[in-house]
Write a protein that binds this ligand. Structure first.
Ligand code: ADP
Ligand code: MG
Length: 224
């Protein structure tokens, strides 16, 4: 599903060039669930953003489900993201003035699906995640775990092939984190490839493979 070869990425700020990814090779099979671990600043989010076509890389190769990804224009990148990818973030990234249903429905707005239809589909996803009764509540009225479920419903609504999650349990207590992992397992069992960046060993222990990144390089791969 994902093949990357010798990916390099630097950030340039003023006179300084920060070499963040220093030759990453990684293959992720369709249906796999992997975790990426590493110290803060080691390049995990940078790698995930490249996988998510949210950012470009300087050198190397990336192919996603057979499509070569390099320097795509924003329109093409957006189309591929919409067709292929779902994102989950530590801070949920919900829109504060929209209710749960509207947040879940949002990706369908970008697919030009009418309001009535997209809200109906959003309700199905809320129901599946046990949040139907919370459909008309604002994010501020929900717990962290509920907010992350809303974010996951929003990620699933476009039927992605890959879910990319950047520290999805970073803001949740340990019980809620394990519930979130149950959910990711369920999602993975439905055939969706799952990539989770995490700091937590009890999270990574529940994935098929743990990719360790140190200072922009893969230093270890552990099969569970
Ligand atoms: P991690 O997710 O592993 O904590 P990141 O990939 O976010 O690490 O960041 C890796 C390094 O790149 C850090 O030193 C960070 O400060 C730097 N960095 C991240 N994003 C940017 C950016 N947009 N501009 C400049 N430097 C950045
Ligand atoms: Mg990060």
């Amino acid at each position: 599903m994902i093949h990357i070869r010798d990916i390099h990425k630097s950030y340039i700020t003023g006179e300084n060039r920060l070499h963040v990814l220093k030759g990453i090779d990684l293959d992720i099979a369709e249906g796999e669930m992997i975790s990426i671990m590493g110290a803060s600043g080691s390049g995990k989010s940078t790698l995930l953003n490249i996988l998510g076509i949210l950012d470009n890389y300087d050198k190397g190769e990336y192919s996603l489900n057979g499509s070569k990804i390099f320097n795509l224009n924003e329109k093409k990148a957006a189309r591929l993201r919409n067709q292929m990818l779902g994102f989950v973030f530590q801070s949920f990234n919900l829109i504060s003035f929209k209710n749960a249903m509207e947040n879940v429905a949002l990706p369908l707005y970008y697919q030009k699906i009418g309001r009535k239809k997209r809200n109906l589909i959003a309700m199905e996803y809320l129901d599946r995640l046990g949040l139907k009764d919370w459909a008309f509540h604002l994010p501020s009225e929900l717990s962290g775990g509920q907010k992350q479920r809303i974010a996951i419903a929003r990620a699933l609504i476009t039927k992605p092939k890959v879910i990319l999650a950047d520290e999805p349990t970073g803001a949740l207590d340990s019980v809620t984190s394990m519930e979130m992992m149950d959910l990711f397992e369920e999602i993975n069992n439905s055939g969706i490839t799952v990539v989770i960046v995490t700091h937590e060993h009890d999270i990574s222990a529940r994935t098929h493979r743990i990719i360790h990144i140190t200072d922009g390089m893969i230093t270890d791969i552990i099969k569970n």
